[in-house]
Design a protein around this ligand. Structure first.
Ligand code: HEC
Ligand code: HEC
Ligand code: HEC
Length: 488
């Protein structure tokens, strides 16, 4: 397998610079023909944060940091500055290196525990963009290991590039005390779980905090536990239903497929972890050992079934296109010829559009070049869902990866008309999703492009609620004054 990983690192290094320019040509070299170089890799990826020179406790902490995906928001070097998009504004991960001035160099282990489990930094309240409602259930052993590990991380004596600056009333951090009162979850082991599943629950709920994206929120932005893990909007992304419902969830997935998905970022002819989920895989789940991934999979099979309206049509493998070729030794010129030939033979306008706009990365038959990060889009759940909105959004807005060694997908809303985007979306849903029909209209696309993320009640009405609060305060004040005057 040596030449393959060499090839893949070559792609990665070629993509680190100004990416846009190198896209099409780099992708062309292998993706056109739908070559899949990835073979089922059984082992987790070796962790760059592990060192034999460190104590066992520190290395355990490095692993817990992967399980809990601290890098996802605090950046690979923990210097902070990664944006967490909350409906009320952008909240940035802070510097959590042992820098005394900018990081957590002065924290005691108790301070660290308070930040993780109560959202309480030594001098202020944290926003729940830091998943302390989930980490609340972390064991003391895991917290101690994490604390030991963070002492060994190189200190970065710089403030993060971006600082959180939310509008009134959300800039009043003490308000989070009220939020905590209403919304801190009460994590309890589910009944009827075996030991493996109990461990899975701990990972899903507390360390890996899968619910932050997959569980919908209620009006006050706390977890809607009745719809636990049944899917939620994330800006223009949709985190799907991952309860074991056969029609709208992952009931048809085997445990092995769940493990493969979390380790490799996709399942052949079935699903892809793109966008926010790809970051979860890249920073966290691909490093997890078999025991942990199997526990997660087994637990996800045991959570209560929630049926949502967003049905996934079963994959019809026989109807999916075949790979053009398995031969990886085809040179660039031949591939250009293949694309040219395919374009000349295109039998519909939508096929021509796909070949012109998408095939350089996803291949003429949709199999892409997964080993280099150019996703195969054949058979994906996202293409088989009744709700086409997330796919429309991907085509319109593209996919911007925080992990910058991964190729990005450009958005097409400035280059294509809404009619053209609708045609392409219908083409990929039927050709690669295997749907018998797809009736996305230009209006659907226009609406999706216009519609921003849906903000929950409390945020949409924040100004109004704050005004109401002030009025309530004035009324109380007036009553007090009247009472005071009468007493005299
Ligand atoms: C989903 C994103 C996210 C993840 C995952 C996350 N954090 Fe945070 N964290 C944040 C944000 C955002 C803040 C700043 C919150 C604020 O400004 O109120 C923060 C703040 C903190 C703070 C307080 C520092 C300070 O004084 O500002 C500590 C300590 C911390 N995180 C540690 C961790 C550790 C350890 C992990 C992994 C176990 C982790 N975080 C995982 C988003 C995250
Ligand atoms: C940062 C947000 C986020 C977090 C955290 C997250 N997910 Fe996801 N997840 C997503 C998104 C978005 C998708 C859709 C990806 C796509 O269609 O390309 C997804 C897709 C999935 C799918 C595929 C579902 C399907 O029908 O195709 C599974 C399974 C999954 N996630 C499991 C998990 C597990 C287990 C965890 C915790 C270890 C987790 N996710 C944490 C956002 C997230
Ligand atoms: C420059 C390369 C490039 C081009 C051009 C491109 N894509 Fe992509 N596309 C990607 C990459 C890379 C991903 C996976 C991103 C990730 O892993 O987060 C992706 C992912 C996708 C997905 C999967 C979304 C999901 O979550 O399941 C779909 C569908 C898709 N692309 C469709 C298209 C269509 C349709 C076009 C043409 C209009 C197109 N792409 C053009 C690079 C490209």
């Amino acid at each position: 397998m040596k030449p393959i990983s060499a090839l893949s690192s070559l792609y990665k290094s070629a993509l680190q610079g100004p990416v846009a320019l190198s896209f099409a040509s780099t992708a062309l070299t292998a993706s056109l023909l739908g070559l899949s170089l990835s073979s089922a890799s059984a082992a987790p990826v070796a962790m760059p944060t592990h060192s034999d020179a460190n104590s066992e406790l520190v290395n355990r902490g490095a692993y817990v940091a992967r399980q809990a995906d601290c890098m996802g928001c605090h950046k690979e070097d923990y210097s902070g500055g990664i944006a967490v998009e909350a409906p009320m504004g952008t909240i940035y991960g802070t510097n959590i290196t042992p820098s005394v001035r900018y990081g957590i160099g002065k924290y005691t282990e108790q301070d660290f525990k308070n930040a993780l489990t109560k959202g309480k930094a030594p001098n202020h309240r944290l926003y729940p963009a830091m998943p302390y409602p989930d980490y609340k259930g972390m064991t003391d052993e895991d917290i101690s290991a994490l604390f030991a590990y963070f002492q060994t991380v190189p200190a970065i004596d710089e403030p993060p590039a971006y600082k959180t600056d939310l509008p009134f009333p959300f800039n009043i951090r003490a308000l989070m005390l009220g939020w905590n009162l209403v919304n801190m979850p009460d994590w309890k082991a589910r009944e009827g779980l075996d030991e493996t599943q109990k461990h899975g629950q701990y990972l899903v709920d507390n360390l890996a905090h899968c619910g932050t994206c997959h569980t919908p929120r209620n009006a006050t932005m706390g977890y809607d536990m009745k719809n636990y893990l049944s899917g939620a909007m994330l800006g223009t992304w949709h985190a799907p239903n991952i309860t074991p419902d056969k029609a709208s969830g992952i009931g048809s997935w085997s445990e092995e497929e769940i493990v493969t998905y979390l380790r490799e970022g996709g399942v052949h002819q079935k699903a892809l972890a793109a966008g926010p989920m790809s970051e979860v895989v890249m920073n966290s789940t691909r490093y997890l050992n078999d025991k942990d991934l199997k526990a997660i999979a087994s637990y996800l099979k045991a959570v209560p079934v929630v049926t949502t309206a967003d049905t996934v049509q079963p994959v019809n493998v026989a109807a999916l296109p075949k790979k053009h070729s398995d031969d990886i030794a085809i040179n660039l010129l031949d591939q250009m010829d293949v694309l040219k030939e395919a374009k000349a033979k295109a039998s519909s306008n939508s096929e021509s559009l796909y070949l012109a706009e998408c095939a350089s990365c996803h291949g003429i038959n949709g199999y892409g070049q997964p080993d280099a990060g150019y996703a195969s889009i054949v058979g994906l759940t996202s293409l088989r869902r009744d709700n086409p909105a997330p796919v429309i959004s991907v085509v319109a807005n593209g996919i911007h990866q925080v992990v910058n060694t991964r190729p990005q997908m450009p958005g097409f809303k400035d280059d294509l008309t809404v009619e053209e985007m609708a045609e392409i979306v219908n083409y990929v849903r039927t050709t690669f999703g295997g749907l018998t029909e797809s009736k996305v209209t230009a209006d659907d696309v226009a609406n999706q492009v216009k519609a921003g993320p849906q903000a929950p009640f409390i945020v949409k009405n924040a100004g109004w609620l704050a005004a109401l609060g002030i009025i309530a305060g004035l009324v109380v004040l007036a009553l007090l004054i009247r009472w005071f005057i009468r007493r005299r």
